[in-house]
Write a protein that binds this ligand. Structure first.
Ligand code: NAD
Ligand code: UDP
Length: 337
């Protein structure tokens, strides 16, 4: 029997590439769409080496409904996993129009074509950013969402709202916490363009000698060690969550038309915990200093995962040590190229 074709928008990106490999392993055929605005064609080589063949890749824009029409028809798309979006919070404040156009425009054209073709199943990349600075941790899916601090965050909140309003669509809305790490083979990983904004690529580039020193943004927060706390999740666990969620859609097991899940580990780690764990598992020092707070940083957030554990039957398999070991292996691999 033919493998069901799944459109993966943003399929050469960090999370999309790992998900593509997991989809293949689970018996699906990923059809990858990416305009390479934040990724590199080399990701396709990594994906292909893991899959044993080169999957269909279309270089193109999810904001182009004609292209999507063609893809849905030619590949008999059963469902979509919609990753394609811009994601840099700071850039979104500087260039909000770019973010609204791409993130909302992409979702709109996808929905237009899904509606036309009757292929109404979609998994949407949302984010724990919708919770803002929570009043209570851990956050559950029914914790209040807060007004978004950035246009990027607003596109995730609006995306959720738009999808909730599409009465004809079947939606799995996954709120990711902090995805890090890489495929354990180091064939694929995160390829940040320019100076990284995120902790892990900045940290691994510092250890690799590309950056001088990691600045810890703030050491005087009201947390046990004074630094911010996040729920870091291995990108392979996150990729696997997409497969479980997609299966639920395809097998018509969802109890509601629009379902939301927190995708995290349920554990919070501080910035200093991350540094110390990296040093321990990789046996290398992380040059760092405590600096000023970064504007807009949430002090602490981690997931209550009871809903996703019980309803989806999914939970993470990998811990912080695995994440940081794999992140370093990936950094060494890209440094050697
Ligand atoms: P990424 O930038 O690595 O991947 C996104 C991919 O989408 C890139 O390859 C980019 O080239 C592509 N893309 C962007 N706009 C496009 C367009 N108009 N048409 C076609 N392709 C387009 O990012 P990621 O970390 O893999 O994130 C994937 C999704 O998860 C995004 O929606 C992001 O907002 C969301 N998310 C990410 C994180 C995180 O920390 N990485 C956290 C929460 C949510
Ligand atoms: N962080 C840091 N130094 C950096 C980058 C990030 O101390 O160079 C901290 C940041 O303040 C936050 C955590 O690391 O507490 C995770 O930040 P990241 O940008 O990776 O993800 P965010 O949680 O902001 O989406």
């Amino acid at each position: 029997m033919a493998r069901p074709s799944i459109l993966v928008t943003g399929g050469l990106g960090f999370i999309g590439s790992h998900t593509a490999v997991c989809l293949h392993e689970a018996g699906y055929e990923p059809i990858l769409l990416d305009n390479l605005s934040n990724s590199n064609r080399s990701a396709l080589d990594g994906i292909s080496s893991l899959m044993g063949y080169t999957p269909t890749f279309i270089e193109g824009d999810v904001c182009d409904p004609d292209l999507l029409r063609r893809l849905f028809e030619e590949h008999n798309i059963e469902a979509t996993i919609h990753f394609a979006a811009f994601k840099a919070v700071g850039e979104s404040i500087a260039e909000p129009l770019k973010y609204y156009q791409n993130n909302m425009g992409g979702l709109m054209s996808l929905l237009e074509v899904m509606k036309e073709t009757g292929k109404n199943k979609v998994v949407f990349s949302s984010s724990c950013t919708v919770y803002g600075e929570p009043d209570q941790v851990p956050v559950t899916e029914s914790s209040p969402t807060k007004e978004a601090e950035s246009p990027y965050g607003a596109t995730k909140q609006m995306g959720e709202r738009v999808l909730r309003d599409m009465q004809w669509a079947e939606v799995q809305c996954l709120r990711y916490f902090n995805p890090i790490g890489a495929h354990p083979s180091a064939a694929i990983g995160e390829l940040p363009l320019g100076v990284p904004n995120n902790l892990i690529p900045y940290l691994t580039q510092t250890v690799a000698g590309i950056r001088q020193e990691l600045t810890v943004f703030g050491g005087d927060y009201d947390t046990p060690d004074g630094t911010c706390i996040r729920d870091y999740i291995h990108v392979m666990d996150l990729a696997e969550a997409h497969v479980v969620s997609l299966k639920r859609l395809l097998e018509n097991q969802a109890q509601e038309r629009f379902e939301v899940f927190n995708i995290g580990t349920g554990d919070g780690y501080s910035v200093l915990d991350v540094i110390n764990t990296f040093e321990k598992v990789n046996g290398l020092p992380v040059p760092h200093r405590i600096g000023e707070r970064r504007d807009g940083d949430v002090i602490q957030v981690w997931a209550d995962t009871s809903r996703v554990n019980s309803v989806l039957g999914w939970k993470t398999q990998r811990g912080l040590e695995d994440m940081l070991r794999d992140a370093w292996r990936w950094q060494q691999r890209i440094a050697s190229q």
